[in-house]
Write a protein that binds this ligand. Structure first.
Ligand SMILES: C[S@@+](CC[C@H](N)C(=O)[O-])C[C@H]1O[C@@H](n2cnc3c(N)ncnc32)[C@H](O)[C@@H]1O
Length: 290
């Protein structure tokens, strides 16, 4: 299959940001996550954090690959219900995403009262190399493990950055995820480590004897319009799903046809009325350090 002409989405951060935005909107990502935070997160993370802070001490939080911060802010608001002072360090390499995160934090000044943000425009690898010795009460890595140079050693590093009694939350695709099946069928579309799933994280933790709990979250993405030649915005969604720049314009027609057919197949998606819903289930792996 000739896919040499396809440019990786990871090589164009600005196109990535646009495509990711469409993906988030179509998957109702924030609403699903907010409900999850109100339920599972408040009990399994906030309720389990063994942090006894005196009135002056801040809860130290590290967000890795936080993007434009929507999910982080939802978690911070939940943490704030129990901890009045929070120091929120953010390690995110994209300046564009950080600009949006800063604007959101500004907009949410009232909800985030008592939260001090410390933005670092860095990859996790650069942050680790810089050798900061701060230990954290809570670390989150939401859908970013795919992009790290070596998720396995990064996970060990993050575990070492945690104080005893602290918690790590890693969210990534489930192994039954239809989008992952799609990438398994077309390995030429794999960019970075986008095929990594929660199973890889569990294996990594099992190997080290680190206990964890996993929470499964069903989620569907309406991809119906991706099959409509005239829907412009959905070509950005196709770009995100294929992790390619301008897939519809640059991929050979036969390649497009077989890829899109497989995306709509029951291996990856289900049909509800006239809608094609791609399975984008995710798992949250919660580690509480003993
Ligand atoms: C799919 S987005 C997830 C953003 C956000 N956590 C969310 O779920 O909406 C992946 C994020 O990981 C960031 N990223 C990529 N490589 C990274 C690295 N080496 N270290 C830290 N973050 C990275 C990207 O810039 C991007 O913001």
């Amino acid at each position: 299959m000739d896919t040499k002409s396809l440019q990786s989405l990871l090589s164009d951060p600005s196109h990535y940001a646009k495509a990711f935005k469409v993906f988030c909107a179509r998957s109702d990502k924030l609403r699903v996550f907010s409900d999850w935070v109100d339920g599972v997160f408040s009990e399994a993370v906030v309720g389990k954090l063994q942090a006894t802070l005196d009135g002056q001490e801040e809860l130290r939080v590290l967000g890795v690959g936080s993007g434009s911060g929507e999910q982080d802010c939802v978690m911070l608001e939940q943490l704030k219900k129990r901890f009045s002072l929070v120091n929120n360090r953010v390690v995110e390499p994209s300046d564009k995403m950080l600009v949006q995160y800063k604007a959101l934090a500004q907009y949410k000044t009232h909800e985030l009262q008592g939260v001090e943000c410390d933005f670092r425009q860095q990859t996790l690898e650069q942050y680790q190399k810089a050798g900061d010795a701060t230990k954290f009460h809570f670390i989150s890595a939401v859908h970013c493990m795919y992009y790290l140079d070596d998720y396995d050693s990064s996970l060990e590093y993050l575990y070492n950055c945690l104080i005893p009694g602290g918690a790590i939350l890693v969210i990534l695709k489930s192994e039954n995820n239809g989008w992952n099946r799609f990438l398994d069928r077309f390995p030429e579309l794999r960019r970075g480590g986008c095929e990594i799933t929660s199973a890889d994280i569990r294996n990594s933790l099992d190997r080290r004897g680190i206990p964890y709990t996993q929470y499964h979250q069903p989620n569907g993405l309406d991809v119906t319009k991706c099959f409509d030649e005239t829907a412009d915005e959905d070509s950005l969604l196709v770009d995100f799903l294929t992790h390619s720049v301008n897939f519809k314009e640059t991929a050979p027609e036969d390649v497009q046809r077989s890829m899109m057919e497989y995306l709509a197949s029951s291996d990856c998606s289900k049909r509800e009325n006239n809608t094609i819903l791609l399975n984008i289930d995710w798992d949250a792996v919660v580690i509480i350090k003993q």
